[in-house]
Design a protein around this ligand. Structure first.
Ligand code: PLP
Length: 282
């Protein structure tokens, strides 16, 4: 039977037990740095056919993020066991699994860690089918580290998304305010398709996407030529198609970019299947 309730397993951060948590009850304390500072990291992982897609890439990025924030190295076995237990509890159907690892309580200094799975929202399911209207927005902030980190601090991103929605858009692509180069989506990686060429923006402030990495590995094996490249907005406008790729939404085609309509390419379904297949293999 398909369960539609969220599932939570608390992870003991130093390798102890995992434990089920009732999703109707509170989980973290008032002085947790996740709440007071957005100080922590996370991963969002697609659960499909009882399987966590692309798990190795997520686990790797999780460890890199922890190192960038100076958090204790995650005990991956615990996270993977909690994920497995949560998948069993969640049951059939696609889900969004989130690993959250906070610096923890100010009063104890012990990190807080948990895994959750929830159904994929109707908005996300619709955007897979219908694509998205995207607002361009300059981004003047980045995480101050040599290592890329997927931090909990998305307040500025969420504010930009709210602004986009007020203006009739569904999503955002950030650009560099200095040179206008394309960076990434609010919660996704930009990928362009032109003939047999797949491109994703190059910039060291971009979070390396697990979906884009899986897509490029799979697409190369199917004869596509894939590369990172410095990209500007004109390059997006000249592509056959532009996609926002990310773990749970998988792929949403950009059908409007600012005031420009991007018409559907003949191979829209082929590209969507290519991205989908990359996730299923991961
Ligand atoms: N870039 C940002 C800023 C993100 O928040 C995300 C995902 O949440 C991505 C890119 C895509 O990463 P992934 O494909 O690993 O989900």
């Amino acid at each position: 039977m398909v369960s539609h309730k969220p599932v939570i397993f608390v992870v003991e951060p130093f390798g102890g037990s995992i434990r089920w948590h009732n999703p109707s009850l509170p989980l973290i304390y008032w002085d947790d740095y996740a709440v007071t500072r957005g100080d922590g990291i996370f991963e969002s992982i697609l659960i499909r056919d009882g399987h966590a897609a692309n798990l190795e890439r997520h686990a790797q990025r999780f460890c890199t993020s922890a190192a960038a924030l100076g958090l204790p190295e995650p005990i991956l076995n615990s996270w993977i066991n909690a994920t497995q237990a949560a998948i069993e509890e969640f049951g059939e159907g696609e889900g969004k699994c989130t690993w959250t690892y906070s610096r923890g309580r100010a009063s104890t200094g012990i990190p807080t860690a948990w895994v959750s799975i929830q159904p994929i929202s109707d908005v996300v399911l619709a955007q897979r089918e219908e694509g998205v209207r995207v607002m361009l927005s300059e981004r003047g902030w980045s995480f101050p580290s040599e290592l890329p980190a997927k931090t909990l601090n998305y307040a500025a991103t969420m504010a930009t998304l709210r602004l986009a929605r007020e203006r009739g858009f569904d999503d955002v692509i950030f650009t560099d305010p200095d040179d206008g180069h394309v960076l990434e989506g609010a919660t996704s990686t930009v990928v362009t398709v032109k003939g047999d060429k797949l491109r994703t923006p190059y910039d060291d402030t971009i979070l390396p996407g697990t979906t884009q990495a899986a897509l490029f590995a799979h697409a190369e094996s199917q004869g596509y030529r894939c590369k990172q490249k410095v990209i500007d907005v004109d390059y997006l406008l000249a592509a056959d198609s532009v996609w926002l790729v990310s773990s749970t939404r998988v792929a949403a085609r950009v059908r409007r970019l600012g005031e420009d309509k991007l018409k559907a390419p003949d191979n829209e379904n082929e590209i969507r299947s290519l991205i989908d297949a990359a996730m299923t293999r991961g």
